[in-house]
Structure formats: structure tokens, C-alpha cells
Write a protein that binds this ligand. Sequence first.
Ligand SMILES: *Cc1c(COP(=O)(O)O)cnc(C)c1O
Length: 488
Amino acid sequence: MHEHLFSAATADRYRDHMARGVSAIANHLPTIAGPWTAPAVSEVVARVDEVDLDHPVGDLDAALDEVGRLYLDDAVWFHEPRYLAHLNCPVVIPALVAEVLVSSVNSSLDTWDQSAGGTQIERRLIDWTAGRLGFGAGADGVFTSGGTQSNLQALLVARGRACVSGGADPGEPLASTVSRMRIFASTDSHFSVQKSANILGLGTDAVVTVATDGRRRMNVGALDLALHEARLEGLLPMAVVATAGTTDFGSIDPLEAIAGVCADHAVWMHVDAAYGGGLIVSSRRHLLAGVDRADSVTIDFHKTFFQPVSSSAVLFSDGESLGHVTYHADYLNPRSSAHPNQVDKSLQTTRRFDALKLWVTLRTMGPETIGAYVDAVIDLARLGYDLMVRDPDLEVVTEPTLSTLVFRFRPDGVSEDVADEINPAIRRIVAGSGSAVIAGTKVGGRSWLKLTMLNPATTTDDLAAVLDLVGLIGREALEEIPATEQVR
Ligand SMILES: *Cc1c(COP(=O)(O)O)cnc(C)c1O
């Protein structure tokens, strides 16, 4: 009966069963023909709904077979070179090995007495990351479940700071104070900023959107003006969110200039580097110049460090400010505790030891190899841009800074309305073919397509093939539309 429990007594069974799990995936890999099989939703729903959860299939092999049919056969594979849709990365093997250790030992990083060395490993990685960002010795931070939580925590701490400077109690901020608070972020910032504003009781309207320039970077003059206006209106600027790698365009807001404006207005500067964080190990570290002047930084290791989900961190240049999230429980982390308890710095209580994945990655591969992967996908985006610029049927919004390209099929003379019909159709047909997956987005209310390159194994030929497919589908779609309507 206890044979299912992980223990010294089941070590042989553990070894054997883990190997079967690994084999299930490893044997599946050579059968994969593309990033996905484009299954119909109804089919997948029916297949999963059929399973009678009250009657087990009885052994691991049968359960794995079933999972193969329900999940692996039609999974979306981010390691496939023509998966070019969202910010999902192929994962590195050392991190997967660490994942086994993380789940098996099952440490919880809330307190020292549930993690010991785990806590210290996480703290070293936070210090290492802070060092790479250029923060001083007083910096601190914590691993989180993702960029969304990292941004929320940074803004929570910024709200606490704004309360203190407004003469209010950060633990019980007055509604009248909070309702005057404003967050400034560019029109291309991540929607988790709005979400955070809502969760923090500010309301979505508390996010003032600042215009971007032609390369989709925050317009610093507009930011300065918006901050002045807010003060004149009696509002309380709480934070400026600069994005280092916008989700759509990979653009990096001018961090140095924004730091200057934040200093002038004495307002918290948060840098959302969820996407651009990998630059700290790449040869393009200079693209983050000015990040060292931020009060807080979000970095997603599960994007540009090729880590399995979840792995993210939020860093603070002044570690003391983390006190805004500290609560004490007598049974867990009493005020009198002499131990380093990470729960004092986290929004979560029970928390996975995700840091070990990054640790084993760095100890096995080293930061330069990860940095070379980051450089490779940025180089690839540059090549993709050149292909697009040379193709008369394609338009591209802006040169890439990181590894995304927003483009559309629109040959000469084709109206924007017609392009708006054709491009979403191209995306659907590409996805339905199963040979590639690309994304879509809106720019100025118009439909565009998007490629996100996060796989160093994607080649220029892969990119060229996907663009050829886009052109082919686009021209076929155009033929269905009478010439007189194409220019409408
Ligand atoms: C991905 C992303 C986020 C959200 O991160 P999650 O890990 O998905 O929660 C936030 N900001 C930016 C700029 C991102 O690209």
C-alpha cells in the first residue's frame, strides 16, 4: 500500500518508474512531425471527458499510454523550430533534471525549516541576478511564479512606499489615498500592469498610458508631461513601469532617461524585464543600460533563460522595501525566528524550489551558453526582418530589438480593410496545417501577424519557409477577392 510513496524503501521502484516516464517522452519525440497537430477542440474535450476518474487503469504503463493519447499526441511542442507564436521557450535538459529533484524532495521555500540549503541556493541566485543587473549590496528579491506575480509584488511594494511618503500606513492604506495613486506605463506595456492596479485597489483606470515612438519605446517627454499633469491634478504618482522587452515588439523603453525622470519626480521605477531579462547574460547587455537605477525589476527565467515554467524573480535595489509584504505567523515564521525565512519576502506561502533549475543550468552550462542562445534568437529576428523588408508582399512594423517581428501580408494596392480580412485567415490556415504556429496582434486597431523567436535551433530556412507559406496562403486568399474590392 505504501509502494506509491517516495521513500528509501521505494528507491528501486522510483528509479524504474521515473525511467518509464522519461521513456514515454523520449520515445515520443521522434514521432513529432510539427509544432502541433491542430486537433479539433471538440475531439480533445470528448477524449478527456470519456475518462472515468473513479476507475484507475491500474498500472503506470497503462496510465502513461492513456496520457500519450490524451495529451502527448496532440501537445504543442515549443522545441519545434517552426513554433513561432508566443513567448514560450524550448527548455534546457539540466533544468529538467533539476525539476525531478525539486518535485521529489518537494522542499517548500517558505521557511528555512522546510528547505535549508534550498533557501540558501535561492538567495545566492537572487544575489547573482541582482549583481548582473548592477544593483548594490543592499539589493534583495525572491523567486515567483511568473512575470505577472513579479509585477504585482513590485507594484504592491511601490504602493507601500507611496503610502509612506504620503504619510499613510502602508499596511492599511486609506481608500482616499489609494484612489489618487497613478501608475505610468507605455501603451505597449504588459496587461499584468492593469491587472495589478485592479488587485491593489487602484482600479484599471489608475494606469496612465504613455505614448510610444516609432520603434514602440516609451516617449520620455510624454512621460514627464504626464507626471507633471498628475501632480497638478492632485494625484499621487505611485510608479513608472518601464518595459525592457515589450511582449509584442520586444522594444526596450529608454531606461536611462526614464530613470532620470523618475528621480526628478521622486517616483518608483519598476522595470518589467520579463522578456528582456536574458540580456544580462548575452553580448547585448548594453541594451539594458540604466536598469541598475530601477527600484524593482521583473525577470522571467522561463522565457529568455530557457527554463521550464515556472521560474521568475522580482528584484529590489533596496531589499528593505520588501518589508511591505512581511507578515508573521506564530506557527511558521514568528517575529522571534532567527532563521532566514523567505516567506517574509513572498506573496506565496508554500512555494516551489524553482531556483534549483536555474542553479543546475548555470552550474552545468554556464551563463555564456545561455547568453549565446539569447544572441542567436536576436540574430534570427534580424534575419527575419531583412527577409520581410525584401518581400514586396509583406509589411513589418519596426526593426526588432529582441526576437519578435510584427508583420502582415499586404501587397501593393491592397487596402487595409482587405488586409484585415486576410491576415487573421492566414494565421488560422497556418495553424490548421500543423506545419507552423504563428501569432497575431492588433496595431492601431488593425490585424497583424507576429513571430516570436525563442528557439536557438530555428534556422533562417525555417523562417523563410514560414514566410513563403504566409505569402502563398495570402495570395490564394487575395484571388478570392475581386480586384475592385481589393483597393476598397
Ligand atoms: C510574459 C510577460 C509578462 C508576464 O509574465 P508571466 O510569466 O506570463 O506571468 C509580463 N511582462 C512582460 C513584458 C511579458 O513579456
